[in-house]
Ligand binder design. Structure first.
Ligand code: PEP
Length: 257
């Protein structure tokens, strides 16, 4: 069975219109393995620019557009928010939900994350659900408990069958933007736990969900991380802002055979 592999770029509040065109032209030259897809997630104002650049460059179809957040509401008086429908109209196919920066700086709870996942799925957007433990949670042996508690509200909201349409990104908070990467063995062990947790609900679904690793992945460490049995790709922050480095990561991904 082949699982889909995904390399996703989270630009956070970085990037520019010129980086959009450089990235689109750069990625168009990358030779991707069979079951590998690439998702670029710039800030909201750059989404349509990506879509137009992709049309102009005739971008390979396995390179797609993602957003970094979405409202749980459909429309209405929610100043500053962006709806699923707006993302669809802008050419978006994926949306990052529950990034640790959203959870910690904007107080997004796992319940809210679950609601956002549900509205994204209703709109036919693929959610990239981020989960991960803090350094103190890992040190005190609570990692598995934290990850289960982040996933359970999503399972309760959408049901396990719908996980066939989601992507999960395991991002240890202590590894995000710090240059400290989880070792391939530690990352594999945690990914295996996540898959087993899902398998307790539904084995077939668990075997199909792409599990991405995020946390200081770069051109130098991606090969070993992506070689692990339960790591199906990466969510990449800092290294995704450098076109040449991101291209190396994309072409390293082989996907699960
Ligand atoms: C992220 O923000 O999702 C991330 C993984 O960032 P970085 O690669 O910079 O650690």
């Amino acid at each position: 069975m082949k699982r889909q592999s995904i390399i996703a770029a989270n630009w956070k509040m970085n990037g520019s219109l010129s980086l959009i065109s450089e990235m689109v032209s750069g990625l168009n030259q990358v030779q991707l393995a069979d079951n590998v897809n690439v998702v670029v997630c710039p800030s909201f104002p750059f989404l349509t620019a990506f879509t137009y650049a992709a049309q102009d460059e005739n971008l390979q179809s396995r390179i797609q557009l993602g957003a970094q957040n979405v409202s749980e509401h459909q429309s209405g008086a929610y100043t500053g928010e962006v709806s699923t429908q707006m993302l669809k109209e802008s050419g978006v196919n994926y949306v990052i939900i529950g990034h640790s920066e959203r959870r910690s700086y904007y107080n997004e709870t796992s319940t809210l994350v679950a609601q956002k996942v549900a509205v994204a799925l209703e709109a036919d957007l693929t959610p990239i659900i981020c989960i991960g433990e803090s350094e103190s949670e890992r040190e005190s042996g609570q990692t598995n408990q934290v990850l289960s508690a982040q996933l359970q509200p999503v399972i309760d909201e959408i049901g396990i069958e719908k996980f066939l349409d989601v992507v999960i990104a395991y991002e240890p908070v202590w590894a995000i933007g710090t240059g400290k990467t989880a070792s391939p063995e530690m990352a594999q062990e945690t990914h295996q736990f996540i898959r087993e947790f899902l398998a307790m609900k539904q084995t077939d679904v668990a075997n199909k969900v792409p599990l991405l690793y995020g946390g200081s992945m770069n051109a130098a460490n991606c090969e070993q991380l992506l070689a692990q049995a339960d790591i199906d790709g990466g969510l990449i922050g800092g290294a995704s802002l450098k076109v040449d480095e991101f291209k190396v990561i994309c072409s390293t991904a082989k996907g699960y055979q």
